[in-house]
Ligand binder design. Structure first.
Ligand SMILES: Nc1nc2c(ncn2[C@@H]2O[C@H](COP(=O)(O)OP(=O)(O)OP(=O)(O)O)[C@@H](O)[C@H]2O)c(=O)[nH]1
Ligand SMILES: [Mg+2]
Length: 171
């Protein structure tokens, strides 16, 4: 990494099975389901982001919601709170986890996504409900995504980084 590169740690948090690993795999490697030989949940995964103003790379880390590490959250630039649109309880968990994260690091950028948008016909919630939670948590960005089809995944990550860059004067 050259000295002009900025590296941001980004935590991925959400209840069991919402698709955290799948989103990382889709974004970083462009594949779904994740390669069985690579346990992404144990690794920090790095990826360049196409952001005009900066050489920017993100270091993604899936975090265990039952054992959030204050140190990791303090060191993260952003957190992506993931829910599964087919399970309302997973959005309630996002609200709860988001508050915990913000207690630890009030300056962290919060992004809220409802994953599995390809299962829209089974959805228990959609944009309206995600918007409510995102207002409560003062989120930078929210939306529905699908690790399976790739809908909004690359765009969402890129847009998140561009928004953070715009709002950041010093890194
Ligand atoms: N239909 C659909 N299924 C998905 C999507 N993303 C993940 N899944 C499925 O949901 C299940 C859980 O996905 P994971 O990526 O392992 O979820 P996780 O949040 O990392 O799970 P834990 O690490 O166990 O907490 C798997 O069966 C995936 O194939 C999606 O966008 N659409
Ligand atoms: Mg996982």
């Amino acid at each position: 990494m050259d000295k002009n590169t900025t590296l941001w740690k980004v935590g991925i948090i959400g209840e069991r099975g919402v698709g955290k690993t799948s989103l990382i795999s889709r974004f970083v490697f462009g594949v779904f389901p994740p390669n069985e030989n690579e346990d992404l949940s144990l690794q920090l995964v790095r990826k360049k982001v196409n952001c005009t103003q900066k050489n920017l790379e993100v270091l993604l880390q899936e975090m265990d919601p039952s054992n959030l590490s204050p140190k990791k959250i303090e060191n993260s630039k952003a957190v992506i709170l993931v829910s599964d649109v087919t399970r309302m309880a997973s959005l309630d968990a996002v609200e709860r986890l988001g508050k915990k994260v913000l207690d630890i690091n009030p300056r962290i950028n919060v992004v809220i996504v409802g994953n599995k948008s390809d299962l829209k016909y089974m959805a228990e919630f959609w944009m309206e409900e995600i918007k409510c939670v995102s207002e409560d948590l003062n989120a930078l960005l929210y939306g529905v995504v699908s690790a399976k089809t790739g809908e909004n995944v690359e765009e969402g990550f890129t847009y998140m980084c561009r928004k953070i860059v715009k709002g950041t004067t010093l890194i």
